[in-house]
Design a binder for this molecule. Sequence first.
Ligand code: ATP
Ligand code: MG
Length: 492
Amino acid sequence: MQEQLALNKFANLRVEQFDALYRISRLLNSATYQETLVRDALDLAIGVLNAERGLFANYEDGRFSIVTARNIDRKDIRDLSEFSSGILNQVISKKKPCLYHDVQSDPSVSQFTSVQIHNIKSIIGVPIFVGKKIRGVILVDSRENRQGFTEESLDFLGFFSNLVSLSLDRISRMESLQDENQILKNQLQATGVIPDMIGESPAMRKAADLIHRVAPTDANVLLFGESGTGKDLAARAIHKLSKRAQKPYLAQFCGNIPDSLLESELFGYKKGAFSGAITDKKGLFEVASDGTFFLDEIGELSPATQTKLLRVLENQEIIRVGDTQVKQVDVRIIAATNRDLKKLVSEGKFREDLFYRLNVFPITLPPLRERRVDIALLAKHFMQKYGAGQIRILPETLRKLEQCAWPGNVRQLENVLHRAIILCDGNTLKPEHVIIDEEHQMEGFSGTLKDFEKMLLLQRLQEFENNRTKAAKSLGVSVRWVQLKLKEMGHD
Ligand SMILES: Nc1ncnc2c1ncn2[C@@H]1O[C@H](COP(=O)(O)OP(=O)(O)OP(=O)(O)O)[C@@H](O)[C@H]1O
Ligand SMILES: [Mg+2]
């Protein structure tokens, strides 16, 4: 019966309306992105109905928000109050298409201010359903000097809204799958579960305390620390302890990536922005909306990307590559670097304004050589992590670990222990199982000359089994110098 009714209505449509429906159905079928789809479809509908303006409003939790609103010149209208909220509400409560012919003399709608201000003559409002729920409303209106709408226009818009509803449903399912996919991929790249941050040293306690304090706020955090000191771990901990814990956590490594690639990852792109951009694509900032975004190696950003990032921090706004439309995002930024950002600022390589925006709450993760008391705890933690909790670490093994300079910090300690466990065939971990890879000693080292001095001295002492005379000789210094340095380091 209902289908019969629909078919009858279909027969009433004019040829150009048929044609428009056909074009719209093709458009909807090929579209892969909500906003473009709605905007193009609305333009078509405005044209066919000879309407003045068109609005597609989202309806969620009793509130409307503009998805897109266009005038006859295909320009965007940004202000929802330009349209009558009274009529939007009527469509919601009636749950069916509504046509208002001569609105100025219709007492049920003429009292709405926007109707009076814009001198509106007729309006059509149709609900957009997703399943049984109203997801939005399409409104088109026409002013005094135009031809008014008819029942036929109402039928047309009814068909139109059915088509839009169907493809919105399809697209929103696809988009949420894509978002989920991007989050999962990003998490796979990062290191899985968060192990707790181990460390009882004053330096670590201070860092942990700062993390606990800043986590529940929405402040941006800047993490400083040499490679392997736990910046990644700290960023995740901040997210986990924040109000955003249930929302996405995404990370992007900014070093060694061509600018264009990094920008399209971060900000997304519009179809046709460059060869290969065959569909619109959301950037990670959009996917991370309401959550936390970790920008690793921020010191490596190019000046152009720095400027774009500043926009995100100042206005919570992004623009996709190749697009002109500005989008709002709500992300908390955690950034990390092992470089001296202040120095980069003074050399003109890093924007000062960006530095101050990021540096709202700096936290420095101490190098392992400055918190040797944590080595025993960390060693135990990693032994357990690698399923070797039952293996006993001999005191001399621990001493050897404690004396190493650890330029690769906790990551290096973890690797050395992992190797030691594999080499260890009994129940005790002996010094000979601990092999410190000399080749990689300098990798990632970004300490001062003084740090290097310390590191080298400790290494030589280890090599010569704590024989200070031999160590001094190999370094070309006096034994007294060695003693002095050890005293400075608090070793004697
Ligand atoms: N305090 C800690 N407790 C336990 N594990 C830690 C701690 N700090 C670091 N780790 C571990 O050490 C490894 C390196 O840490 P992480 O990746 O966070 O370092 P990073 O500072 O981000 O290094 P890079 O600058 O090279 O990216 C990880 O496996 C991490 O789990
Ligand atoms: Mg890292």
